[in-house]
Ligand binder design. Structure first.
Ligand SMILES: [Mn+2]
Length: 353
């Protein structure tokens, strides 16, 4: 990735001992001094490890979403400013709707991590397997995550389930390291917050979320431009696939579901990323409290995206089936065939009511 050398700056070790106060303290319930203390205790050794490293790899989960892509990019730019040799990589290609982001072309598409890295930063992974990158075993790992399914699997772990996106954690890290948040970084972080809060719609969106967004806009993110690129630049294949999914929309009381088969995917020439967001049409029905989108995979397993409204917790459902996510948005994979997967998830969801 390219950033001007003049922006490069060594992380001052003194900073690691004297964390700057985040300007975003207001808003979220439970964010008091105990919260700040826990957060600072997690950040301090992470900044020290970054300071001590030279060559650092940043990655996130497979099938990266907006938060994963935007946060990896901003984190990479932060590391470059700190004078580090930053490499960004995913096991999957960056989805088309995020390829316009600054430095997105620098993200590597790898199956295996080769080469010397002093440190690997994993964003939003509950284990190295979630990245689907081989060759991470035995490396020095930092885990930064905001999912309730987060686990302390790395050498250094910072799990903050109050963060609205992992982008918020990257922002806090950059602020604490006194890195200048450039308009490019602000753009990546704002896109991540926008998409991970469901355009500021999901549970937990509060004054804190908006003060973070406010700060990112002040730092150079352009909301209409970003919305245009993310929400109004879909490929035709996505709309055709949505049509196929809506033709399969079913409802039973508070549960709605819809699905696509591999032949729907082929017929519409859809890519995996075109499935993103389809589940929202089902949860968007009045009176529906939990929704699931099922996608048949080429190996006949079935990928599930779950959404809920209010107090219905779909993270626990996904976790019990080997997946993960948030209370209102989660995912997992079930064995096929489709009718069996659909029967089993519906039986499980009916127990929620
Ligand atoms: Mn996220």
């Amino acid at each position: 990735m390219k950033q001007s050398a003049s922006m490069s700056r060594q992380l001052d070790p003194a900073l690691v001992g004297a964390l700057a106060d985040s300007p975003l303290e207001e808003g979220r319930r439970g964010r008091g001094s105990a919260y700040n203390h826990r957060r600072d205790a997690a950040i301090r050794p992470i900044l020290q490890a970054i300071h001590d490293g030279r060559s650092i790899l940043v990655t996130a989960h497979a099938r990266p979403d907006g938060d994963a892509v935007g946060s990896v990019l901003a984190c990479g730019m932060m590391l470059e400013q700190l004078g580090k040799q930053a490499t960004m990589a995913f096991s999957d290609r960056v989805p088309l709707i995020y390829r316009w982001l600054p430095c997105a072309q620098s993200i590597q598409h790898w199956q295996r991590v080769d080469g010397d890295f002093d440190l690997v930063i994993l964003l939003e992974c509950d284990g190295i397997e979630r990245s689907r990158l081989k060759g991470l075993e035995g490396r020095r790992l930092i885990n930064i995550d905001h999912h309730t399914s987060g686990r302390n699997f790395a050498h250094l772990n910072w799990i903050d389930t109050d963060a609205c996106a992992v982008a918020e954690q990257v922002f806090t890290l950059a602020r604490t390291a006194e890195v200048r948040i450039t308009p490019e970084m602000a753009t990546c972080l704002y896109m991540a917050v926008l998409t991970d809060t469901g355009s500021f719609c999901y549970e937990g969106t509060d004054t804190h979320t908006f003060s973070l967004a406010h700060e990112l806009v002040r730092l150079g993110a352009c909301p209409p431009r970003i919305a245009q690129d993310v929400y109004f630049s879909n490929p035709m294949s996505k709309m055709l696939l949505l049509g196929a999914a809506l033709a399969n929309l079913r409802r039973d009381g508070r549960i709605a579901w819809l699905w696509v088969t591999t032949s729907d995917m082929e017929r519409t020439n859809a890519a995996e990323e075109d499935c993103e967001g389809i589940v929202n049409y089902a949860i968007g029905i009045a009176g529906v409290e939990v929704a699931v989108f099922l996608r048949e995979l080429p190996d006949h397993r079935v990928r599930l995206s779950l959404r809920s409204k209010g107090a219905v917790n779909v993270a626990s459902v996904a976790e019990s089936l080997g997946g993960g996510g948030h209370e209102n948005a989660s995912g997992c994979t079930l064995p096929g065939p489709m009718p069996a997967a659909s029967d089993s998830i519906l039986a499980r969801l009916r127990t929620l009511f």
